[in-house]
Write a protein that binds this ligand. Structure first.
Ligand code: 5GP
Ligand code: SF4
Ligand code: MG
Length: 457
């Protein structure tokens, strides 16, 4: 999912709309904006793309100088309007709207606890759990209630909360998801990725720190810690696949890091070939890096039809498979008679690679060598990236040789975990601190077994 927030700007709703548009790649199932004019909150949300949900008329109804917005990436069980964020809770004294990116790993326990204490939960979303935990601390000042609630929540969450006159921003103690602060005119903005700042003309200020709770109101920005920060574990798949190449995460540019992954991959798994091609759009940077390092020319061997969304995000297997075909075409004049190195950013189920190898061979490629710019994904993610159950992860079921055969490749190799880490060290040799759990099986937080979690998710 993607988050955007702004405090103290005349055009709060409009800039939030632009911000969400820049974050559209982070989720296409729904979007919403809540604004405040200092006295009351207004909301508009819907299912689908940002551009189709918002227009001049409904943006004009979103009055006020502060706003939060969300684009939704639904996991399989959670599509539907009632789960579109932000969630808005109105009350006589003070209303609040919340949105979050990530996933709570102890949601099942928290949900049972809340229900046992009389809370009625209307959605299956983790955001609502956080809201109820906050409301339960109602006798406390809101800031304290939020701290208490976040103290009970385990997992990954970048989180924004808007009341009539305050904006709260928090990041989980491991900083699993990205979240940055910027400034436009005199207003603070917050976004999952810095590409949203560029679109609204905001200047980057800094990252939200792991375990930090920020309060923004008429007195400015005030930072406190709700938990002791842990060694940062920013999701490495944000660099590999999820984020836009023009974003900087934790000070490292996404395109530059992908290029390094490609270079590293060329060092680790070289092969004789005539052309290097990448799967648009997310693998182009890595393919350029691979070509640069190997000396094999980079070519546009695959073209993407831009009028279709990201295939993986479609929540079921059959739409996913057709999606790949609708999305990509080989360039026959480029690959015909050639030995092709095909770079993709990752293999999850293997659907994409399998299809593309076939497309390239049908277009006349004599050999197709698949090189993946991330390590094999062998373990599920519990932190908000829908990389499915273990049984569906190709690399958890098969050896590399077996996978090569399954996808029809003449050879297959993945980037090593060390290679990935090397690509994510910046020039000043500051390690960002990344989560690698889907590759290594070592999760930064406590996790709770899926069987327990599956209920009600
Ligand atoms: P597969 O087709 O192997 O199931 O999924 C991997 C392909 O889907 C890659 O081409 C990757 O670019 C794309 N993809 C789309 N969404 C995601 C995601 O959320 N995670 C990962 N790892 N890959 C994704
Ligand atoms: Fe990202 Fe993988 Fe960690 Fe999930 S398990 S947060 S996808 S690195
Ligand atoms: Mg959960």
């Amino acid at each position: 999912c993607g988050l955007f927030a702004i405090f103290g700007h005349e055009r709060a709703a409009e800039l939030t709309f632009y911000g969400l548009h820049a974050l559209q790649h982070r989720g296409q199932q729904g979007a919403g904006i809540v604004t405040s004019n200092g006295e009351q909150l207004s909301i508009h949300k819907g299912v689908g793309l940002v551009n189709s949900i918002f227009n001049e008329q409904n943006l004009a109804t979103l009055k006020g100088t502060s706003a939060i917005g969300h684009v939704r990436y639904a996991t399989e069980e959670q599509s539907g309007f009632e789960n579109v964020q932000p969630l808005l809770f109105r009350s006589q004294i003070s209303s609040m709207a919340l949105a979050h990116n990530g996933e709570i790993v102890n949601d099942f326990a928290l949900r049972s606890q809340l229900e046992a204490q009389g809370s009625i939960l209307q959605t299956t979303s983790d955001t609502e759990i956080i809201a109820h935990l906050i409301k339960r601390g109602g006798y406390l000042a809101l800031e304290e209630a939020i701290k208490q609630a976040l103290g009970m929540v385990k997992g990954a969450y970048a989180f924004v909360l808007l009341t009539e006159d305050q904006l709260f921003v928090a990041l989980d103690p491991y900083g699993l998801r990205p979240l940055s602060i910027g400034k436009v005119d005199d207003a603070y903005v917050v976004a999952s990725e810095t590409c949203a700042f560029d679109l609204v003309g905001a200047e980057y200020v800094r990252e939200v720190k792991p375990g930090e709770l920020i309060v923004i109101d008429k007195n400015g920005l005030n930072s406190t810690m709700f938990a002791s920060p842990m060694q940062r574990a920013l999701c490495s798949m944000e660099y590999v696949y999820f984020s836009r190449p023009d974003s900087d995460l934790n000070g490292i540019n996404v395109h530059a890091s992908r290029k390094l992954m490609g270079k590293q991959l060329a060092k680790e798994a070289s092969i004789e070939a005539d052309v290097v091609t990448g799967v648009p759009d997310s693998s182009i940077s890595a393919a350029i890096g691979y070509a640069e390092e190997s000396g094999i020319p980079y070519e546009l061997g695959l073209i993407k039809n831009r009028y279709i969304g990201r295939t993986f995000i479609e929540p079921n297997q059959s739409s996913r498979e057709e999606g790949v075909k609708m999305k990509l075409s080989p360039v026959r004049g480029i690959v015909n008679g050639k030995r092709v190195v095909m770079i993709d950013d990752s293999i999850v189920r293997g659907t994409t690679s399998m299809r593309i190898v076939r497309l390239l061979k049908e277009a006349g490629a004599t050999e197709v060598h698949v090189r993946i710019a991330s390590p094999p994904i062998k373990n599920p993610c519990f932190y908000g990236v829908d990389t499915t159950a273990s049984e569906d992860l190709l690399a958890s079921q098969y050896s590399i040789e077996e996978m090569a055969e399954k996808i029809g490749a003449d050879s297959l190799a993945f980037l090593s975990v060390e290679g990935l880490e090397n690509a994510l060290v910046d020039e000043d040799s500051i390690e960002t601190g990344i989560c690698k759990a889907c590759f290594t099986g070592r999760y930064p937080t406590e996790i709770y077994p899926r069987e327990v979690n599956a209920n009600g998710k």
